[in-house]
Design a binder for this molecule. Structure first.
Ligand code: ZN
Length: 353
């Protein structure tokens, strides 16, 4: 049997109106119509998202910040920071984005192997008291708390492969050993955090792993990092659930990223994550070239839906998988050096064999 994969989506997500901002509703429309055209929706379990209630948003956001967002939207919209516009419906849509992650977690705990949340606004830059970087509420961090509070899952792994560092997610769990945050990102780059020496504090030391990368890193670099760092750490951590901040702006054609991944690579990375995960919930973050975005999402979903040995998905559909023979290609020397340094810093906390 092929793995069972859920898709969280609602047309309500289109109502977060950002005008001609790079993070706009055309992103979801482009992905959805592409998946429809490829006949992949029939292979997925469609899940209607629910709205998060305010108490759930307060798992990590300050009530005064939540109220501030609500009031700005009630006045017809405005800006949470110069990069982050909201419209009159954005508050309710943001509740539905976080709630979509909760709905996905419910189903993955219950009966699915994985689920992809096709949601917006994105979340990983949102701080406890401040929206920024196109993000309103931190969907993935809220999802981690929900998995712990509602389903009593103890250990949550968050993998953030968006090209930008998830400063909001890091902030929430910086002193918390129950949530391991692993991020690959361009550095230095927006939002400025994510240095190699940021490893957590107090009991959380070693549970934040930052892999800051120079621009131009590509397929072989990411696979090398996953195999050398992420896999050993995850195998030792043994997460009860894996959440992915799935931004697709490290794609070679992305206008904001400056990295070199191909669409198929996102499938290869997904396959590596499946090896150590009990259940996976991934959430859309960035990704601003519509063609690159929709193809990358398809590769991600195809990988979630395929058996490890398989080249075919449900109903015998041929999958566009990353060529196996390219998996062992050599990384660039700077990446080797970065990985070596991370192993030195984190060898106190993790066994790299
Ligand atoms: Zn991003």
């Amino acid at each position: 049997m092929s793995p069972k994969v859920g898709l969280i989506y609602s047309d309500e997500y289109l109502k977060h109106d950002t005008g001609d901002h790079p993070e706009n509703s055309k992103r979801l429309e482009a992905i959805l119509s592409f998946l429809k055209g490829k006949n992949i929706l029939e292979d997925l379990t469609f899940i209607n998202p629910r709205k998060a209630d305010l108490k759930e948003i307060e798992y990590l956001h300050n009530p005064s910040y939540i109220q501030e967002v609500r009031e700005i939207c009630q006045r017809g919209g405005g800006f949470l920071d110069p990069d982050t516009p909201v419209s009159k419906d954005s508050f309710e849509v943001a509740l539905l984005a976080a709630g979509g992650v909760f709905s996905a977690i419910d189903r993955v705990v219950d009966d699915l192997d994985s689920a992809f949340c096709l949601i917006r606004p994105p979340g990983h830059h949102a701080l406890k008291e401040k929206g920024m970087g196109f993000c309103v509420f931190n969907n993935i961090a809220l999802g981690a708390r929900y998995a712990q509070n509602k389903h009593r899952l103890k250990k949550v792994l968050i993998i953030d492969w968006d090209v930008h560092h998830g400063n909001g997610t890091q902030e929430v769990f910086y002193r918390d050993p129950s949530v391991l945050y692993f991020s690959l990102h361009r550095y230095p780059h927006y939002p400025g955090t994510g240095d190699i020496e940021e490893i957590g504090e107090g009991e959380g030391k070693g549970y934040t792993v930052n892999v800051p990368l120079p621009p131009g890193c590509g397929n072989s670099d990411y696979i090398y990092i996953f195999k050398e760092l992420l896999s050993p750490i995850a195998n030792e951590f043994k997460p009860d659930i894996t959440l992915i901040s799935a931004g697709f702006d490290a794609h070679q054609d992305d206008p904001l990223g400056g990295m070199g991944l191909t669409s198929q690579e996102y499938g290869a990375l997904t396959s590596l994550v499946k090896e150590f995960s009990k259940g996976i919930v991934s959430c859309l973050e960035g990704g601003y070239n519509l063609k690159a975005l929709r193809e990358s999402v398809l590769a991600h979903l195809d990988s979630l839906a395929s058996r490890p040995e398989g080249t075919r998905g449900p109903r015998g559909r041929e999958l566009n998988l990353f060529p196996k023979e390219r998996i062992g290609e050599k990384p660039n020397n700077r990446v080797r050096e970065i990985v070596k340094k991370i192993k030195e810093i984190h060898s106190k906390y993790w066994n790299f064999g």
